[in-house]
Design a protein around this ligand. Structure first.
Ligand SMILES: Nc1nc2c(ncn2[C@@H]2O[C@H](COP(=O)(O)OP(=O)(O)O)[C@@H](O)[C@H]2O)c(=O)[nH]1
Ligand SMILES: [Mg+2]
Length: 189
């Protein structure tokens, strides 16, 4: 893994969402499989690093991905600190229950004090599993409305909503690119 030089800004994107919704598969689909193994052992997180170009300027991006549930809980503050962008991943074959799949994460954003500044994309993943799908337009709206209501942001705050399949790759690049663009815009502003 390349170590970015210290004078460059490193954008931080964190993946959130319940176990098995597809966070790691999405990350690998977008970035490849490279990660810093040591962090996995010590803080329960996989870190992936990439460079990206925008307007001829090169930036650095680190994606944080929860690796182990127990140590993640202990290291929650470290996980969220300095976050520019958040993906909340929802499995469309789940029932999308707000208390189970959404509330705990929104609670985190608020408690860890990133809710005021973060950019946010909701990722409705596993759309390839058409027969098992339970989350459609109405359920998606309920999830996004709930989040909007709880976040301390004004009406102009845009919450990204994307349908993806980490298995086929459908929608994955669009989702990451949208969020990265928002993160950069917000940092420039
Ligand atoms: N069919 C299908 N399976 C997926 C998709 N994304 C993830 N999975 C599977 O769901 C399981 C959990 O995925 P994983 O990325 O480990 O979830 P995580 O716990 O959120 O990191 C694995 O068996 C994946 O292969 C998807 O878009 N479609
Ligand atoms: Mg995972």
């Amino acid at each position: 893994m390349d170590i970015p030089s210290e004078d460059r800004y490193i954008f931080k994107l964190v993946l959130t969402g319940n176990e098995k919704v597809g966070k790691t598969t999405l990350r690998k689909r977008f970035m490849g499989v490279g990660f810093a193994k040591d962090y996995k052992k010590t803080i329960g997180v996989d870190l992936s690093y990439m460079k990206f170009k925008r307007d001829n300027e090169e930036h650095d991006l680190v994606i944080w991905d929860i690796a182990g549930d127990a140590s993640f809980k202990k290291n929650r503050a470290m996980y969220y600190k300095g976050t520019n962008g958040v993906m909340l991943v929802i499995d469309v074959t789940s029932n999308g229950d707000l208390d189970t799949f959404v509330k705990p994460w929104v609670d985190d954003y608020i408690q860890q004090e990133i809710a005021n500044t973060m950019q946010l994309a909701i990722i409705f993943n596993k759309i390839d599993l058409k027969d098992a799908r339970q989350i459609f337009t109405a359920e998606k709206k309920a999830i996004i409305d709930y989040i909007r209501e709880r976040l301390p942001r004004d009406e102009s705050f845009e919450i990204g909503s994307f349908e993806t399949s980490a298995l086929t790759g459908e929608g994955v690049r669009d989702a990451f690119e949208w969020l990265i663009e928002k993160m950069v815009q917000n940092h420039d502003a």
